[in-house]
Design a protein around this ligand. Structure first.
Ligand code: SF4
Ligand code: SF4
Length: 259
C-alpha cells in the first residue's frame, strides 16, 4: 500500500513532476529562485530549492530579495513560483499576483491543477480564462509528465522575459490509488547505480539495492517520470508505445472512474 511520508511526495505525484521539470529546464544556481507551496497536506512545508518534493517556503522569495551589504537588492533572473491552481480562481487573484513581474526578469507562475475538480476539460478551460485575467504575457497548460514538451517550452521563456502562467494539469496520485497504471521495471544488469533517477525525482518507489536500483512495485504509480531521467535508459515502462497525450488520458480516465 502506498503511503505518503511527511515531506516526501507520493510516488506518481504530479507536483513532483512539475518541480522536477521546471528545475531541470531552468537550471539551478545564482539568480534562480523556486518558491511557493503546492498546497498538499501530505507533503507539508518543504524548501523547494533544496528538494525535489513539492511544497514550499513562502519566506524564500523575500529572503532572496533582502538588500546585500552594498545596498543593492538582488533581482532573480528566473523566479518559479508554485501555487495550488485553486488560488487562480479566487476573485482577488489579479491583485494577489499583480507584482509578479517585479519578482524577477522572468517569472513563471506555476499553478498545480491536480485535485478532482480539475479532471474535466471545461474546468481546465475555466482555469485558463482566470489565468488570462492576470497581468502576464502568456498562459499555457502543460502535462508535467510530458517532460520533453514542458522542458522545451520552459526553456524558451527566459528569452521572452516577463511573467507567464503555466498550468500544470494532471490528476493527484491519490486519485489513481486503486487502479494506478502498471509499475515500471529496472534492468538491474544495465543500471549503473549512478543515482540520477533518485536524485532528480526523489521518488520513494526507487530503491537502491547495491549495486543497482530496483523499483518497489507496490509503491510505483506508473507515472513514468523516472524513465525520462535515466540516461542509460534501463527503466522500462509498459507504456513505451503510448504518446504523452495517451498516457495523460489514461491517468485522467482512471481518476474520473474512481470518483
Ligand atoms: S514510474 Fe518512476 S517516478 Fe513514477 S512512481 Fe514509478 S518509480 Fe516513481
Ligand atoms: S538513472 Fe538509470 S542507471 Fe542511474 S541509477 Fe537510476 S536506473 Fe540506474
Amino acid at each position: 500500500m502506498r503511503k505518503p511520508e511527511l515531506g516526501i511526495s507520493c510516488p506518481g505525484c504530479p507536483h513532483r513532476a512539475a518541480y522536477v521539470v521546471v528545475k531541470d529546464a531552468v537550471g539551478r544556481g545564482r539568480g534562480r529562485v523556486f518558491c511557493g507551496d503546492a498546497g498538499c497536506r501530505a507533503v507539508g512545508a518543504m524548501h523547494p530549492a533544496a528538494t525535489t518534493c513539492p511544497g514550499g517556503e513562502e519566506a524564500l522569495l523575500p529572503r532572496y530579495r533582502q538588500a546585500i551589504p552594498d545596498g543593492t537588492t538582488p533581482v532573480a533572473k528566473v523566479c518559479a513560483h508554485f501555487i495550488p491552481a485553486e488560488e487562480l480562481l479566487a476573485p482577488s487573484a489579479p491583485d494577489a499576483f499583480s507584482q509578479l513581474a517585479l519578482e524577477g526578469e522572468t517569472v513563471l507562475l506555476c499553478a498545480l491543477a491536480s485535485s478532482a475538480r480539475f479532471l474535466d476539460k471545461e474546468a481546465i478551460e475555466h482555469l485558463e480564462s482566470c489565468a488570462r485575467n492576470l497581468d502576464v504575457r502568456s498562459t499555457t497548460v502543460l502535462d508535467p509528465f510530458d517532460t520533453l514538451a514542458s522542458t522545451e517550452f520552459i526553456r524558451s521563456l527566459p528569452e521572452r522575459g516577463g511573467a507567464h502562467t503555466l498550468i500544470f494539469a494532471s490528476p493527484c496520485a491519490q486519485l489513481l490509488q486503486t487502479h494506478s497504471p502498471e509499475p515500471v521495471e529496472i534492468d538491474r544488469l544495465g543500471c549503473q547505480g549512478c543515482h540520477r533517477c533518485k536524485q532528480l525525482t526523489g521518488c520513494p518507489a526507487l530503491v537502491f539495492a547495491p549495486p543497482a536500483y530496483t523499483v518497489d512495485t507496490e509503491a510505483c504509480a506508473g507515472c513514468d517520470l523516472c524513465t525520462d531521467y535515466c540516461r542509460t535508459r534501463v527503466i522500462m515502462t509498459p507504456r513505451a508505445r503510448m504518446t504523452p497525450a495517451e498516457r495523460r488520458e489514461l491517468r485522467v480516465c482512471i481518476a474520473q472512474s474512481s470518483r
